[in-house]
Structure formats: C-alpha cells, structure tokens
Design a protein around this ligand. Sequence first.
Ligand SMILES: *[C@@H]1O[C@H](CO)[C@@H](O)[C@H](O)[C@H]1NC(C)=O
Ligand SMILES: *[C@@H]1O[C@H](CO)[C@@H](O)[C@H](O)[C@H]1NC(C)=O
Length: 203
Amino acid sequence: MLVRLLRVISLASVVFGTDILRLSYTDDKKDAIPLGTFEIDNTPGRNVSVTTVDVPNVQVSGHYCLNAQIEGKLDMPCFSYMKLETPLRFDLIVDLNDDNEVKQVLLSYNETNNAIVATARYPVVGPSAPVAKLKKRTKTYADKKASKNKDGSTAQFEEDEETKELSWFQKNWKMLLVGLLIYNLVAGSIKKQQDTGSGQKAD
Ligand SMILES: *[C@@H]1O[C@H](CO)[C@@H](O)[C@H](O)[C@H]1NC(C)=O
Ligand SMILES: *[C@@H]1O[C@H](CO)[C@@H](O)[C@H](O)[C@H]1NC(C)=O
C-alpha cells in the first residue's frame, strides 16, 4: 500500500514538475534531523513557487551544520553552520537560475517569522561599476625602485610586467622611425636612379 502511494507521489512529481526539498541539521552524533520539507513547483512556463509541506516541531539550541537535499538534483551537506534556537525564525531562500533549477539554498534569520518560511528567488542584476578606462601609467626606473623600497615585496610584479610590455615600444620607437626614414631615403634614391637611368636610355 505504502509502496503504491510512494509510486503515485513520485509519478505525480514527474508529471507536475515538483521537487521535494529536505532541510535538516546535523547533531553531535552526526545524525541528520529533519527541519522541514518543502515542495518546489517548477512547472515550465510559470514562476517557481515553494510551499511548506511539513515543519516538524524540533527543539534545538546550539550550533549545527545545516543540510539541504533534493533527491538526484541537489546535495548540500553542511551548507551553513549556524546557531539554531527554538522557535526557528528563518527565511529559507531558494535560489533559482533562469531555467528554474535550484542552484543554492540559504537560511536567513527573520524575526517576523514564527517558523521556517520558504521563498523562491531569481537572480537579480547586481550593481555595476561605471565604465571608466583605466589610465595606464608608465613607471620609470626610479618609481619602481621607490615602490620596491617601500614594501620590498613582489606585490609590484603585475605592474612591473606591464611596464616591461610598454617599454619595448617606448625604447624602440626612435629606431623604428629612423629605420622608416632610411627606407624612404634608399627607396627614393633607387627610384630616382631608375628614373634618370631610363631617361638616359630614352636619350
Ligand atoms: C515571474 O516573476 C517576474 C519577476 O518576479 C514577473 O515579472 C513575472 O510577471 C512573473 N511571471 C508570472 C507568470 O507570474
Ligand atoms: C521577513 O519576513 C517578512 C514576512 O514574511 C517579509 O515581508 C520580510 O521581507 C522578511 N525580511 C527580510 C529581511 O527578508
């Protein structure tokens, strides 16, 4: 009878797109003691909703590991270590991605609650820094020496690398320019010679 009932329940969850989230805490004997069972309705085309199925009346006082599990989908042993004190006034926040998959859960104290209350949460756009181009500052040898003297550390490594990359062009741009001038000069005189040469032939 029980087996049939379980089969019906698991079939129903496949059909209607629901997951069962189990929240528990681990006591000193390493036993996982249930704190709550919640149903996550993630039927496609709708926003996910989380409802409480069962919140057992547990008496706790102390620091414990919290565990969350959705069979076959999510396993978060000891996702948080916190002080639990009856009555449990918490929000259980179920973090979802845009495909309605549970990515993470967290427990957050909320003094207006009388029990653990579950809510679904979608990712929000975080604050973004204004786009500002960082000005590249070229360090001179004296700068580098000074900063090394200041903290004498390898923290300047990255900046030093950048200085190296920058300074190849800075050291060599004059040579490049001279090279270009010489090339123009030589190319120009060759052309001149050719021109006068052909001119002489034409004569
Ligand atoms: C789902 O949630 C978003 C934002 O929370 C809302 O804008 C949208 O209307 C909701 N969709 C449905 C079908 O409830
Ligand atoms: C605490 O719970 C209340 C009632 O559910 C809710 O309105 C409020 O936003 C929650 N507070 C925080 C900080 O999430």
